[in-house]
Design a protein around this ligand. Structure first.
Ligand SMILES: *Cc1c(COP(=O)(O)O)cnc(C)c1O
Length: 369
């Protein structure tokens, strides 16, 4: 059988099933106007300045990009007051996760994280023949740092902390995180996945780069896919000490990220007004949507990201199927083993209103039946 020829560690991997694509739903249901609230994309799209820069970059497509994404690193170094060699550009945050796995995980190494969380940590661990050590979140769906500390052994190599966490939208308290870092044994590295860090709505909140500057052993993962609206062009980066990034540099592909994505990222970083507007709109809509959803009787976590973690208190597969027929794609959390939870991206005001209309209809029907 062909599978016998596969690398052994691949046979135990589950295929990643992304949110349904708009094209797919159009085709399957013959619907025209589709709203996708399933993948935490920026509902306003990329900055028009980024679009312009990308269009201009297309004309140079015959040229390989600069191999280390130097210009993007320079801009980020400037923005966050980092050295150039504390930054590594890659083909999206997902790519950074697998590079970290490739660079660090030996067969038998233990990798700890909490569940439910981003599935890529498990995938990369299994692929590298490491051992995933999964600690359940706390009751209120935040990362269980004490549980992680208790799970550390001499074989622990990496700890993934997704902050804000996908799919729950929760963050760890700064004081708790610092206490956690102080108790780590020296053979452990913390990988802080900060795909949504820009959305954290708390004055003075310290992020991974702050802790890195304090000298703690953290590698941060960042992306242009969420706030900056560049999910389709693929670009993300790692921030860490030069020593921690060294093996990752050694295994990355020769050309960090494509030319078009780099041009888009540079322009997106410059357009601070657009960025502020995206954050502001997201926050405003989050407050409204949370209130309305709670009004419908759903449990909704406060969020620090651009999505909501919603307990619809019904079979969520059914609810999302009905929404789909109304042209709305959400993300049921069934892949995480949660039967009544959904992850719903915060859309534009108009999109959210359409979502609420559908949900009101559904819950009225359910109340009658
Ligand atoms: C979206 C996301 C990423 C990375 O996305 P890319 O598009 O690959 O940059 C990483 N971690 C989490 C938690 C995410 O939600």
């Amino acid at each position: 059988m062909a599978q016998d020829q596969w690398r052994r560690s691949i046979r135990q991997l589950k295929e990643y099933i992304p949110g349904k694509a708009i094209e797919e739903v159009k085709r399957e249901l013959g619907l025209d106007k589709i709203i996708r609230l399933a993948s935490n994309e920026n509902p306003f799209g990329p900055s028009p300045k980024a679009v312009q820069a990308m269009q201009a970059a297309v004309a140079d497509s015959q040229l390989y990009p600069e191999s280390t994404g130097r210009e993007v690193r320079e801009k980020l170094a400037n923005l966050y007051q980092l050295a150039l060699d504390q930054l590594l550009i890659a083909n999206g945050g997902d790519n950074v996760i697998s590079l970290i796995g490739t660079a660090y995980i030996n067969p038998g190494d233990e990798v700890i994280y909490c569940t439910p969380t981003f599935p890529a940590y498990r995938t990369t661990t299994l692929l590298m023949e490491g051992i995933p050590v999964e600690v359940p979140m706390t009751q209120d769906y935040t990362y269980n740092l004490e549980g992680i500390l208790a799970a550390i052994t001499e074989n622990t190599k990496l700890i993934f902390v997704c902050n804000p966490n996908n799919p729950t939208g929760t963050i760890v308290e700064n004081a708790d995180f610092e206490a956690f870092l102080q108790q780590l044994p020296p053979h452990v590295i913390v990988v802080l996945d900060e795909a949504y860090v820009e959305f954290i709505a708390r004055e003075g909140y310290r992020n991974g780069i702050d802790f890195l500057k304090d000298g703690y052993p953290v590698i941060c993962i960042r992306t242009f896919s969420k706030l900056y609206g560049l999910a389709g062009t693929r670009i993300g980066y790692a921030v860490g000490s030069k020593e921690h990034l060294k093996p990752i540099c050694a295994v990355r592909e020769p050309f960090a990220a494509n030319r078009i994505a780099q041009a888009g990222a540079l322009a997106a970083l410059d357009d601070t007004e657009y960025k502020s507007k995206s954050i502001r709109e997201n926050r405003f809509e989050a407050v409204k949507l949370i209130k309305e959803l709670r009004g419908l009787g759903f449990d909704v976590n406060d969020t620090h990201a651009n999505f909501l973690f919603v307990d619809v208190k019904e079979n969520v597969s059914k609810v999302s199927e009905v929404l789909l027929h109304d042209g709305i794609i959400i993300r049921p959390c069934t892949a995480w083993g949660l039967k009544t939870h959904a992850r719903i991206t915060i859309g534009t005001s108009e999109q959210n209103e359409r979502l609420l209309q559908s949900l009101r209809k559904i819950s009225a029907k359910l109340a009658k039946s």
